[in-house]
Ligand binder design. Structure first.
Ligand code: AMP
Length: 178
């Protein structure tokens, strides 16, 4: 039996909003009900990857931690490698690091120095675009390795936080926009 691909609005219908998590004022988008539904999860990966022809992406770079879930599945679908951008201190080999600003303070992400070959074609993927600081820092790391970002893609975009402004110069795509 062939199942029909879900629409973005069907995917949106299972994303759970958790008010005031992890702190007051944050509307946390809980994607776990989506991940638990085989058809919706697989359809979501189809929707994130279907505009790339086979062989046109060398690596899917995923951002710690929920970005890994989508990036790893997308990499398998695209026949590409998977590269993690992790929070500082988690990667075992030599790294490049990039600091970025949070609402209060700063955070740092890291990538292995040999994670991507210069000139490799990259899809950068995360679950959610909020202020854009995390994705912009990850994009800077990919650039530092000499790779070429074909697209920065998100499952969810909180457009009222204007994260796209930090990603100027890259094609940005998101499936569900709030
Ligand atoms: P930002 O750097 O502000 O764009 O934040 C993006 C990162 O924080 C992503 O990796 C998201 O997983 C996480 N994040 C930020 N805001 C939310 C939210 N409202 N719900 C779920 N995750 C969020």
């Amino acid at each position: 039996m062939t199942e029909t691909c879900p629409t973005p609005s069907e995917i949106e219908s299972v994303i759970r909003n958790i008010p005031d998590f992890p702190k007051p004022g944050i509307q946390f988008k809980d994607i776990t009900p989506l991940l638990a539904d085989a058809r919706l999860f697989s359809g979501c990966i189809d929707l994130l990857t279907d505009h790339f022809k086979p062989g046109t992406i060398d690596a899917v770079v995923g951002i710690d931690a929920r970005g890994f879930i989508f990036a790893a599945a997308a990499a398998v679908k695209l026949g590409a490698g998977f590269v993690p951008v992790r929070k500082k201190g988690k990667l075992p080999y030599q790294t490049h690091e990039q600091e970025y600003e949070l609402e209060y303070g700063t955070a740092t992400v890291a990538v292995h120095v040999d994670a991507l070959k210069p000139g490799s074609r990259v899809l950068l993927l995360d679950d959610l675009l909020a202020t854009g600081g995390t994705a912009a820092a990850a994009a800077a790391l990919v650039q530092r390795l000499g790779a070429h970002i074909l697209e920065v893609s998100f499952l969810i975009e909180l457009s009222f936080l204007h994260g796209r402004e930090k990603l100027k110069g890259y094609p940005v795509r998101s499936m569900i926009v709030y």
